[in-house]
Design a protein around this ligand. Structure first.
Ligand SMILES: [Zn+2]
Length: 304
């Protein structure tokens, strides 16, 4: 990806090298009423009260229960640590890279929202190392991988995750990393369009299997949005040869079936929460080839 020298977002908070600060950013914001394509069964809208907070990761680290984050009980011993540094944001390549990718997501989604007469309320990206507090999603722990916290509308990422992606899951490349960020930003778009609040509100009356299926639809839509972003990056002349393949390779590597087979030798479809490798690649490609949010409606298709 040709990102060097590009404008960088200022909505990055660098907590790397800090101990758990206990600092809370964001906090609950008023829910705007949006008319972007949203989930099936989205009647009414304007769901204000979030009963259960959901945490939406990339789905890479099979075996970690994201809900365990709520209690802060996720073990930290398997978490790779980044080099501790007190450098300000933007003084290292990876942070600069994140800043550029996030800027491009802001440009894209601001445009898309504006076309729908809406305002894109930008999320904050929290870079941390090891553990850090969130504003409503418990303690962020790098062992769970990057995630979006709907309660404070922040994306949390320990950049050592990219080493895990490359080494453990065989998904190297800067565009694989960009895909992960664009996917998490996709969850923020879903928060603004009402998809996540609706899921949150419904969870308590769903069985685990129903929740899993709903989760897969949410995740594949975020992959589709990441594909739309990849197409936008192409329009901005940021793509290099092999970039899209890097993203597709990453999507393939973190499919539920692939992860489960690696971990336990077999896959149990009813437990899938993010979609199969084939589905994740296909929905990314769908966003990439159409650049149309209306094509990312995973809630109304006959076959996911
Ligand atoms: Zn996700």
């Amino acid at each position: 990806m040709k990102w060097q020298g590009r404008k960088r977002s200022s909505n990055i908070e660098d907590r790397r090298g800090r101990r758990d600060t206990g600092r809370r950013t964001g906090g609950s914001r008023n829910m705007p009423r949006l008319r972007m394509p949203r989930g099936a069964g989205a009647k009414g809208g304007g769901i204000g009260i979030v009963g259960i907070v959901i945490i939406l990761g990339i789905g890479l680290l099979f075996g970690v229960d994201p809900m365990a984050l709520l209690s802060g009980n996720v073990p930290v011993n398997n978490a790779p640590q980044t080099t501790r540094s007190n450098a300000p944001v933007g003084n290292d390549d990876l942070a600069q890279f994140v800043g550029v990718v996030i800027q491009e997501t802001e440009d894209l989604w601001s445009d898309v929202f504006e076309q729908n007469n809406l305002t894109y309320d930008k999320p904050t990206i929290i870079l941390y190392s090891g553990r850090t507090s969130t504003g409503g999603c418990g303690t962020a722990d790098s062992s769970a991988g990057p995630f979006y916290c709907p309660a404070d509308q922040n994306v949390y990422i320990d950049l050592s995750f990219y080493d895990t992606l490359r080494r453990r899951f065989g998904a190297p490349g800067d565009f694989a990393q960009a895909y992960v960020l664009a996917h998490e930003v996709g969850h923020h778009v879903q928060q603004l369009t009402g998809v996540l609040p609706e899921f949150n509100a419904a969870r308590s009356r769903l069985t685990q299997e129903e929740q899993n299926l709903w989760s897969v639809k949410v995740e594949l839509q975020a992959d589709c949005y990441a594909g739309i972003w990849a197409a936008y990056a192409g329009k901005e002349n940021l793509l290099e040869r092999g970039d899209i393949e890097e993203a597709l390779n990453a999507a393939n590597a973190i499919g539920d079936d692939t992860l489960q087979k690696q971990a336990q030798g077999y896959a149990v479809p009813k437990t899938f929460s993010h979609g199969t490798s084939e589905q994740r690649k296909r929905w990314f490609e769908r966003g990439f080839s159409t650049s149309n949010v209306g094509q990312c409606d995973t809630f109304s298709v006959a076959r996911l």
